[in-house]
Design a protein around this ligand. Structure first.
Ligand code: F6P
Length: 341
């Protein structure tokens, strides 16, 4: 079998581990050949292709990013996109596709599967919001980076008696905020799932500083918004592509808290640092397990599915079941965070 592999959407650490596992498993276990499409679905439509052998993937395991490049391009949203995918696959004699991506890439994978292509998806996103899997590639590294940043901010916050607002990624869900917030000992965590009341937050900080602390760490996800009817009118800044502008909510929150509490307040926007650099062992292992499971699935005739981890096990989930859905942070995890404020 000739298998094509692509990485789509935002890059994450651990993608190269998955690509490497796909190539090694395909070649060594089944004698399949593998080609890579550059820059996600765009590369498939444009026929931007490269052969991938064991030699090509040597040394990529610890490297962040993706050796194939990536793009936020979805064939079903562009005129002639799906036809472009089909004609490239035919011209290049590619019989099956492994698509490594987040919600957008996997939704496109579902559309392409419906058009008759043998597709297996692999979930990746630092946001950890892909439905159907406990973990997506990249999330573990991102919370490691964010936790380390919060640890570092703690010592400087304490030394200066400051309130530190830390903005992390997460435009619709607060997986990074809640997990890094718990691990880093944040004093308040604000997520997109639960619109906030600015006055309640200011009151909480005033009380905390009056009773037992001289500093505070406030973690906020970039997609957090004030609750309707509360004392703050604010809409997050959106760019020309409809995406949240990093730092928008963080900056406003910092200004408001400074004014409402009188405390010296600073903002740190972690931004793309959360997606950069070396993957953690957990992400390398997850990427490797998903890569092997994806090739096994194709080789055993399982198509239109996504690899997923549930507890200790790797399972296959129909793309149909997860496409277009967003996995929210469970309430019991949010409760753990609250119990520690
Ligand atoms: O979807 C992953 C993500 O890292 C989000 O958390 C963030 O909002 C977005 O990508 C940033 O996108 P870009 O890299 O295109 O600025």
């Amino acid at each position: 079998m000739r298998i094509g592999v692509l990485t789509g959407g935002g890059d994450v650490p651990g993608l190269n581990a998955a690509i490497r596992a796909v190539v090694k498993r395909a070649e060594m276990e089944y004698g399949h050949s593998v080609v890579g499409f550059r820059n996600g679905w765009r590369g498939v439509v444009e026929g931007d292709i490269t052969a991938l052998t064991r030699e090509d993937v040597r040394g990529i395991l610890p490297r962040g990013g993706t050796m194939l490049g990536t793009a936020r391009y979805h064939p079903h949203k562009n005129e002639g996109g799906i036809d472009g995918v089909l004609s490239t696959l035919e011209a290049e004699r590619v019989e099956a596709l492994i698509c490594i991506g987040g919600d957008g890439t996997l939704k496109a994978a579902h559309r392409v599967a419906k058009a008759g292509v043998k597709v297996v998806g692999i979930p990746k996103t630092i946001d950890n919001d892909v439905e159907g899997t406990d973990l997506s590639i990249g999330f573990h590294t991102a919370i490691n980076i964010a936790t380390e940043a919060i640890d570092r901010l703690h010592t400087t916050a304490e030394s200066h008696n400051r309130v530190m607002v830390v903005e992390v990624m997460g435009h619709t869900v607060g997986w990074i905020a809640v997990n890094a917030g718990i691990a880093g000992g944040a004093d308040l965590i604000i997520t997109p799932e639960e619109p906030f009341d600015i006055e309640e937050i200011a009151r909480f900080l005033r009380r905390r500083h009056r009773s037992h602390a001289n500093f505070s760490i406030v973690v906020v996800a970039e997609g957090a918004e004030p609750a309707e009817g509360t004392d703050l009118q604010f809409s997050t800044q959106i760019d020309e592509k409809g995406r949240i502008v990093a730092g928008s909510i963080g900056e406003r929150l910092m200004m408001e808290l400074k004014e409402r509490t009188g405390f010296d307040t600073r903002l740190t926007v972690l931004g793309h640092v959360q997606r950069g650099g070396t993957p953690t062992p957990t992400d390398r292992i997850l990427g490797s397990r998903f890569g092997i499971a994806a090739v096994d699935a194709l080789s055993n005739g399982a198509f239109g599915v996504m690899t997923a981890v549930r507890g200790e096990e790797i399972v296959l989930v129909p793309l149909e079941e997860i496409a277009g859905k967003v996995k929210q942070v469970p309430e019991d995890l949010v409760e753990v965070a609250r119990a520690l404020w």
